[in-house]
Design a protein around this ligand. Sequence first.
Ligand SMILES: [Ca+2]
Ligand SMILES: [Ca+2]
Length: 313
Amino acid sequence: MVSLGFFNQAKGRSNRAWLFCLFAALISQISFSAFAVIAVGGSWQKVEEVTITQGQRFYIRGTGYYTDNTMAVASTEDLSGMLRLVVTASTMDVMNATGTDSNGYPYFDLASVEDTTRVWFARKRGAFKYTLEVQQYIEETDPDTDDDGIPDSDDICPTDPNNECITIVGLVYGNGAAVDLAAVKVGTNTVNTNTDLSGEFTANVGNGELSSDGIDKFFPVEVVAEGFATGNPKVIWQTGKTEYQVTIDLQQVSKVITEEDDVTQGVDIDKDGAPVGSLTIPTVALPAGVSSITGEITYLDPETDDILSAPRR
Ligand SMILES: [Ca+2]
Ligand SMILES: [Ca+2]
């Protein structure tokens, strides 16, 4: 019964006006979402449903020939936007065209299909014959379902305006054990997180974090943990896939060279407690004035992502 109150005579007009506004707002919202599109270029297309009449030829001494050309269409409804008249063939050179198209044909810009176009031709012996066509610029558009400005064909989250539809769950190990508190960065700068006590992290990502190497599109991941070499796996994006799991094995830093180590005499290298060789840098290989070298030596397993990693950004 409450709703009937809206339509009583005393308040009918204002309520109906209010309801109309509400419906109009709803309808405009719906159509806005349904028809959100982004222009992605366009091209000139021949208009088929047009009759072109070539006018009588006149000769003006010292100048050349001209004809006045008109067009007729059944309906001008679809002929909005940019139009032009193109001379696709002519036995005599056209002298007054607006320009030439990508095929090298002279064309004339048309303000409307009702325009009469005067075409001037250079005088020349022989038959006089030319052909015309009307072209319309057809804009190509790509739908943008979620209205985030990224066309659907480029939007890896086409129904998510926040672009966080991809979930990457990672497990970080080092030396066979879960690594907690590792700093994880996905993408260039956008998503930063840390691993928990079980070495796990979760990142929600989208278009902004996607990179490309020309072959694959991928999410670059950087994992930094103390005592380990930085891990740089790539998570390769697959069309339509929104859940990804990645396991990252960090390489333990095997040897720290301190100022007490003399690399010119050779520094013994241990890996997992066992000697595996030594590192020597001859004095002549050092820049002038350098008296000591410090740093970390890390073993990289060519089977791991550390070798296949994305470059740092
Ligand atoms: Ca979009
Ligand atoms: Ca989106």
